[in-house]
Design a protein around this ligand. Structure first.
Ligand code: NAD
Length: 319
């Protein structure tokens, strides 16, 4: 064997796909379910490669990695890894930026459609014996309404293409967006406050960084329309959840579609679970059988490419 690759944590039923790829390349897979820095260092200290799902690979953990050349994350977001610390330590960080673009954009679209048609409330009403087309309150047609995208990267760009038949006006706020891409998709780039005030649907798609934590807080929710809904399929801490609960309970905004939360798993007694105008899912937007297989394969291939000194197209940093 040429070396060892540790999977720090995983939600999948097994790691057979990863094992097959690593075996074929001459690396031994070690599977763990580690979460604390101590547990992570116990399994990873002498690993050549690290594969990561949700465990926090902090600067402290990175300091203790004696042999690692690569940390590869299952998926798009690399907020579980201190990328700056990895770069300083000369460790490559890789991800799978294209593994779930269809799934997450379709999940956001499903939340927009579900909230727009009041499906949560209408379904609950039928189940409770109330046959009433107004059970979800006032509903409006999508055509002519405005969708505001916060962050205009790959997922929202895919979403715009998928929603193109619904007749929505689309705005986006992203200080780093390419105006030619926006123009080609018929999307108008605006300031955050203009987007919040104009949009019936505000869909959040920024990465979690120090600069985006609580990007949507009481001030931003207060700028939204009272018939507006907030969709978050990015990362929980981008939205101030306490402020969101207040805004939903007081009727300041009309609803929310949430796949991600400040604490995951979210406890079942969380106030968000009691609100009928909220569509919930358990950080599942990325998932389909197709995306799971693609993400697992590409995450593992990243490790093999880097350990074998080959070009890796999915690098997050330069070392
Ligand atoms: P991307 O990297 O293609 O785009 C991110 C965009 O956010 C970039 O255009 C960047 O300029 C913009 N941005 C960064 N900081 C900003 C700020 N302060 N304000 C406005 N815009 C800002 O990412 P993507 O593929 O579109 O994915 C978006 C996020 O979705 C990921 O970072 C990840 O956290 C999340 N995600 C969630 C799931 C899930 O299962 N729920 C799955 C995949 C990805």
């Amino acid at each position: 064997m040429k070396g060892t690759v540790v999977v720090t944590d995983f939600e999948f039923a097994d790691l057979e796909l990863e094992r097959e790829i690593l075996d074929g390349a001459g690396y031994k897979l070690v599977s763990a379910q580690a979460s604390s820095p101590g547990e992570l260092l116990e399994v990873c200290a002498h690993a050549d490669g690290v594969i990561n799902q949700y465990a926090q690979i902090t600067a402290e953990v990175i300091k203790g990695l004696k042999s690692a050349k690569v940390i590869s994350r299952y998926g798009i977001g690399v907020n579980t890894i201190d990328v700056d610390a990895a770069t300083r330590a000369g460790i490559a960080v890789a991800n799978v930026p294209d593994g779930s673009l269809h799934e997450v954009s379709e999940h956001a679209a499903a939340m927009i459609l579900s909230l727009s048609r009041g499906l949560n409330e209408l379904g609950n009403s039928v189940r409770s014996g109330r046959w009433d087309y107004t059970a979800a309150g006032r509903l409006f047609r999508l055509r002519g309404r405005t969708l505001g995208l916060i962050g205009f990267g790959h997922i929202p760009q895919t979403l715009v293409g998928k929603l193109s038949g619904f007749g929505l006006n689309v705005l986006a706020y992203d200080p780093y967006a390419d105006p030619t891409v926006a123009e080609a998709l018929g999307v108008r780039l605006v300031k955050l406050d203009e987007l919040l005030a104009a949009s019936a649907f505000v869909s959040v798609h920024v990465p979690l960084t120090a600069g985006t934590k609580h990007l949507i807080g009481a001030r931003e929710l207060g700028m939204m329309r009272s018939d507006g809904v907030l969709i978050n399929t990015s990362r929980g801490p981008v939205v101030d959840e306490k402020a969101l609960v207040v805004a939903l309970k007081s009727g300041q905004i009309a609803g929310a579609g949430l796949d991600v939360f400040e604490t995951e798993p979210m406890p079942a007694d969380h106030p968000l679970c009691t609100l009928s105008n909220v569509v919930l899912s358990p950080h599942a937007a990325w998932y389909s059988e197709d995306s799971e297989a693609e993400i697992r394969r590409k995450t593992t291939e990243n490790v093999v490419e880097i350990l074998n000194g080959r070009e890796c197209a999915r690098l997050v940093n330069r070392v």
